[in-house]
Design a protein around this ligand. Structure first.
Ligand code: ADP
Ligand code: ASP
Ligand code: MG
Length: 621
């Protein structure tokens, strides 16, 4: 006789009719010969209503009393459901979390289950009754009632399934399973047949509220296989389990979004060692959860630090930040509560390129501006304006679908498309992102790059060097040079160093060219011409990267004119906007005349546009 745990969420028990429906499903399961334990949530929006009631009394109620209040929601459901089963002529017995032996720690409102002593539950099912357990609540060893955090009934179900070594753990909800995106926002989203724990963890952590994050952690740690399915129909749902070889490693399994965080920015923080430790140490002391962090490139000895945090931690975050600002002598700080985080999750990202580029492109096409970016090996997240979240999610989901369809078609052709790939995480002045391009087998561009690594372009030269490194990885025929007042070749440094960030460090470590002097474009260009002009041929695209600020040394623009005669074309990438050209020691107007094109590049997206020019569009991924 199999033992099954069946969990029903709030909307599945949202009315007496629905409770009767659940009762019938449970009875059907016992009639097929299973022993059944049901775990249920509070009816409909009851938990929200209880929270509102409390807010009407106090904005900081004691957390012990909060748990006392919230635990009542589930208690209503278990009693009604037991009555419903009785009314249909079957046996049932309800249990609060305490009675069911759910032992938790004492972190009120976010308690963790430590142990399950489900003897009474087991006794009930062995005696032929359907056991009904209140989700979302536990009891500390000291006898205090706790709750497990929003969505916590999922975790109750998994813990009971693990504690009782159940054969099946089913999570019944108001959608048919786990989808590639929230099916309420993206009606065309596809249901996933299986998802690995790893992917489900990232999806839950980034806002797919269909399963509570902790329930997935618990399931993974204890090897509980989950089946997420609809309480309103019999369609097969989604299996959540350990990844195995037979499981399709989808490039992207899902698009998730989360509007529950706020962004805090501390401005003009002195840029010295220990500052981040001070800020985030203070936040930790105040028990504030921090998600994404960005430290901007410093200017004139100060820098901005931004981070995201759950809105529910904001009261504490404000206190902590105020203390940190005072301690560090930062200028001020601000909070933006209108942000949203959208994420792409997929285990196949580890081995497939192009995902980040496609994501940035899709968002750019939709006119969505990116705030912060962060990645893990199977996830990319961007912070955007909350107003734009629906557009962004839809857009990404459409892209995802198109990609899946394309993959499906190439699979049907049976041909394995071997692509040279590249995937690198780059530290763009503290902004990690993945810049990925794809090339067609036949594509053999011939590229020579000359990159200014002097102090005046320090902020962008690192980004540019990572770009260079990326180019070299994708295309075989790329030679890379750096300069300040003399030129040195870094092609081999890049080729030998597997880590992009380290390669960029090496290229600017002063071993290839001296970093001591001021940049002297004229001198460097003349030297390049004398030593390396043979590298530039009829098919060469010469790319010069720099701000053209030559410290009033002669610009020697004739070198460019000469090289242009030899080359296919010259592209200049300049980090300064056009209005700044010609001011002070800028020779940009002179150089621009000798180049076929000048692109101003300050961001990753600008850079992508430049990459577009090197690779014909249809060969890019
Ligand atoms: P329950 O009350 O059954 O616990 P929840 O509201 O906690 O249900 O979770 C189910 C909801 O999760 C769905 O109604 C859906 O809107 C939302 N959701 C968000 N992302 C996803 C996703 N990727 N797949 C399925 N549902 C999702
Ligand atoms: N009723 C609780 C909530 O709304 C627990 C749950 O539904 O899982 O968060
Ligand atoms: Mg839920």
């Amino acid at each position: 006789m199999a033992l099954v745990v069946m969990k029903f969420g709030g909307s599945s028990v949202g009315s007496t009719d629905r409770i009767m429906n659940v009762a019938r499903r449970l009875i059907a399961a016992t009639e097929s010969g299973d022993r059944v334990v049901a775990v249920v949530s509070a009816m409909g929006d009851v938990t929200d209503e209880l929270l509102e009631l409390a807010a009407g009394i106090s904005d900081a109620p004691p957390e012990r009393e909060m748990d006392m209040l919230l635990a009542t929601g589930e208690q209503v459901t278990i009693a009604l459901l037991a009555m419903a089963i009785h009314s249909l002529g079957h046996q049932a017995m309800s249990f609060t979390g305490a009675q069911a032996g759910i032992v938790s720690d004492s972190t009120h409102t976010k308690a963790r289950i430590e142990e399950v002593r489900a003897d009474r539950v087991l006794e009930a099912v062995d005696g032929g009754a359907i056991a009904i357990v209140a989700g979302f609540q536990g009891l500390t060893p000291e006898g205090e009632i706790t709750t497990l955090g929003r969505g916590g009934s999922d975790t109750t179900a998994v813990a009971i399934a693990s504690g009782l070594r159940a054969d099946v753990c089913e999570i019944y909800t108001d959608v048919d399973g786990v989808f590639t995106a929230d099916p309420r926002i993206v009606p065309g989203a596809a249901k996933l047949a299986t998802v690995s724990y790893e992917e489900m963890l990232e999806m839950a952590a980034t806002g797919a509220r269909v399963l509570q994050l902790r329930s997935v952690e618990f399931a993974r740690n204890h090897g509980v296989v989950l089946h997420v399915r609809s309480s309103f129909n019999d369609n097969p749902g989604t299996t959540v389990k350990e990844a195995d070889e037979t499981m399709e490693q989808a490039i992207i399994s899902g698009v998730t979004h989360d509007t529950s965080e706020a962004k805090v920015t501390i401005r003009d923080v002195p840029d010295r060692p220990g500052v981040a430790a001070e800020v985030f140490g203070t936040l930790a002391e105040h028990n504030v959860n921090v998600d994404m962090i960005i430290q901007n490139v410093s200017e004139a000895g100060t820098t901005d630090i931004s981070f995201t945090t759950p809105k529910e931690d904001l009261v504490r975050a404000r206190r902590a930040v105020e203390a940190a600002v005072a301690a560090l002598g930062a200028r001020d700080w601000q909070v933006d509560e209108t942000i949203a985080k959208i994420s792409l999750v997929g285990a196949g990202m580890k081995t497939h390129p192009g995902v980040a580029a496609a994501m940035f492109r899709a968002l750019a096409d939709a006119g969505v501006n990116l705030g912060m970016i962060s990645t893990s090996s199977i996830r990319i997240s961007c912070v955007i304006d909350a107003k734009e979240v629906e557009t962004a999610v839809r857009r990404l989901a459409e892209r995802l679908k198109a990609r899946l369809q394309r993959r499906e078609r190439s699979r049907r052709r049976g041909a394995l498309h071997v692509r040279r790939t590249l995937r690198r995480n780059m530290g763009l002045g503290g902004l990690p992102a993945t810049l990925v391009f794809k090339r067609k087998q036949r594509e053999r561009p011939d590229v020579v790059v000359l990159c200014d690594v002097s102090d005046s372009v320090r902020n962008v030269s690192r980004l540019m060097l990572l770009f260079l490194y990326t180019l070299q990885e994708i295309f075989q025929r790329v030679r890379s040079f750096v300069f300040v007042s003399e030129v040195g070749e870094v092609t081999d440094v890049f080729r030998q160093e597997r880590d992009a960030a380290r390669a960029a460090d090496l290229a600017t470590a002063g071993r290839v060219v001296s970093l001591a002097g001021n940049s002297n474009y004229g001198r460097a260009l003349k030297q390049f011409h004398a030593r390396f002009q043979a590298a530039v041929g009829r098919r060469t695209t010469l790319i010069v990267i720099g701000d053209g600020r030559s410290n009033y040394f002669p610009p020697e623009a004739w070198v460019l004119r000469e090289l242009r005669r030899r080359a296919r074309r010259i592209l200049w990438i300049c980090p300064e906007d056009r209005w700044a050209w010609g001011s002070g020691d800028s020779e940009m107007p002179v150089y621009a005349r000798e180049a076929d094109r000048v692109a101003t590049v300050a961001t990753l997206l600008d850079l992508e546009a430049v990459a577009d020019q090197l690779v014909p569009r249809e060969t890019r991924g």
